[in-house]
Every structure is written in structure tokens, then in C-alpha cells.
Design a protein around this ligand. Structure first.
Ligand code: CTP
Ligand code: MG
Length: 242
């Protein structure tokens, strides 16, 4: 059995503010994408990492990764492919680059550079134990409200709350999400032909009606989305090195 990780890294990082594409921004001097690739390659099970670069940025990303080679015994192979307009499209392009002998696939956001290897291994184990789809997830700290969908003429009005789902039954899901390769290929093919986007890959598998199981996530697998997240990420890294 061979495991590969696909890392969508083609986003611009609008919420992080102006600057280089998010995956190329540095954390304590090293690009976020390099941290994310190392986090996947840290698992002994991962033999191949497919990085999905911005559509016009594949050569630059290739150079960047060549300048930060993986170390250690038998390091994972790294492929770089150009991405698309949405995360889902980028993942689909990454999956197309996988060789035929891969049977377990992780999909991991470049924007989660600090996920610990134990979390990666737990996801892989659950797939190898037979789950078609696995998500690492944590309980929520905040109460979550559902609000009314916004219509054009509601501009300026306060949002109206329509419900409060029971917090104890909610989970914040992270990456890497792990999949039986054929299940994930099928899920992405289905939406490419008929459908609306999803914000994660397991959501596509849910639409096929296949089971998705949860393993414990990790606080350090948080997504770098807004400027404050950069502060947290750099502090976590500094603490690791101390
Ligand atoms: N991603 C991608 N292709 C896209 C959009 C997003 O590969 N067209 C990737 C991002 O590079 C990131 C991951 O999907 O690693 C999660 O997306 P997100 O955190 O939303 O990153 P961005 O889309 O870059 O950020 P923003 O939404 O703030 O612009
Ligand atoms: Mg985005």
C-alpha cells in the first residue's frame, strides 16, 4: 500500500492581507509551504507529496522546494502541478497527477503548516483500517449561530439568527483529511460533472453517501487564515525549537 499527500497551495491568501501568495509567505524565515511539505513527509508512510501551485506559479514553487530539500533517510518524492480557481479544482488537479499505485491519499492545506506527525499518522491508520474517509477534528470553543441567508435588500440591516446547533455535537475539521484513493477520485469526478462546491474534501464523500469518520485533531493543526494566525504560528515554531 502506498500513501501520497496532495497539498493545495494555489490560493492567494486574501484574508491574510497584501503580499505574496499565502503558501509562499514565511514563518520564522521558512515558507509556509515548506513547513507543510515537511509535516507530510515526516510520516514514514508518505512516499509522495503532490504540491498544487498557483496556476502561473509552478516553476517558482518547484525552485523554492528544490532550495529546501527534504532530509533524512529515503525522503518523499515531490511533484509540483499548477492549480485552479478554487480549492476544489486545485485538489482535483493534484489527484490527476497521482500515479496508479497510490491507494491512500491525504489532502492537506498548505495553510496548516504545523500539524504534528502523530495526527498525520492517526489519519493514515484510520484509512488503512478501512474507513473510506477520515477527518481530524476538534470540539468548538465558541457557540455557533446559524443566520438567515443575506438578500440584496437586507444590506445595512443587522443579521437575524435563525438557530443555535447543539455545540457538543459540532466539530471543527482540520487537515490532513485521509481517503481511500478510489473514493476520493469518485467524489471529485462527481462534483466536476454535476455540482456545487464544498469547503472540504470529506464533504464531497458525504454527498456520495459514504461514511466519514473522525479522529482527534490537534490545536497546532490550525489554519493560518488571518494576520493574528501568523503570530501564533511563529510562536509555536519558536517554542518547538527552544
Ligand atoms: N487553495 C488552492 N487553490 C485555490 C484556493 C485555495 O489550492 N484556488 C488552497 C490554499 O492555497 C490553501 C488551502 O486551499 O492552502 C485552504 O484555503 P484557504 O485557507 O482559504 O487559503 P486561500 O484561499 O489562499 O486564502 P483566502 O481564502 O483568504 O484567499
Ligand atoms: Mg480560500
Amino acid at each position: 500500500s502506498r500513501t501520497a499527500a496532495v497539498i493545495p497551495a494555489a490560493g492567494r491568501g486574501v484574508r491574510l492581507g497584501p503580499g505574496a501568495p499565502k503558501a509562499l509567505r514565511t514563518l520564522n524565515g521558512t515558507p509556509m509551504l515548506v513547513h507543510a511539505v515537511r509535516a507530510m513527509a515526516a510520516s514514514r508512510a508518505v512516499g509522495l507529496v503532490v504540491v498544487v501551485a498557483p496556476p502561473d506559479g509552478a516553476p517558482e514553487v518547484r525552485n523554492l522546494l528544490d532550495a529546501h530539500p527534504l532530509t533524512g533517510h529515503d525522503p518523499a518524492e515531490i511533484l509540483v502541478v499548477p492549480g485552479g480557481e478554487t480549492r476544489q479544482e486545485s485538489v482535483r488537479l493534484g489527484l490527476k497527477a497521482l500515479p496508479g499505485d497510490i491507494d491512500t491519499v491525504l489532502v492537506h492545506d498548505a495553510a496548516r503548516p504545523l500539524v504534528p506527525v502523530d495526527t498525520v499518522d492517526a489519519v493514515i491508520s484510520a484509512v488503512r483500517d478501512g474507513a473510506p474517509a477520515v477527518v481530524p477534528a476538534l470540539p468548538l470553543a465558541d457557540t455557533v449561530k446559524q443566520v438567515e441567508p443575506r438578500t440584496g435588500d437586507a444590506a445595512g440591516e443587522p443579521e437575524r439568527v435563525v438557530g443555535t446547533p447543539e455545540r457538543a455535537l459540532l466539530r471543527a475539521v482540520q487537515t490532513p483529511q485521509g481517503f481511500d484513493r478510489r473514493t476520493l477520485d469518485e467524489a471529485h469526478e462527481q462534483v466536476a460533472t454535476e455540482g456545487e462546491g464544498a469547503t472540504d474534501d470529506a464533504g464531497l464523500v458525504e454527498r456520495l453517501g459514504r461514511p466519514v469518520v473522525v479522529v482527534p485533531g490537534h490545536e497546532e493543526a490550525f489554519k493560518v487564515t488571518r494576520p493574528l494566525d501568523l503570530v501564533l504560528a511563529e510562536t509555536v515554531l519558536a517554542r518547538r525549537r527552544a
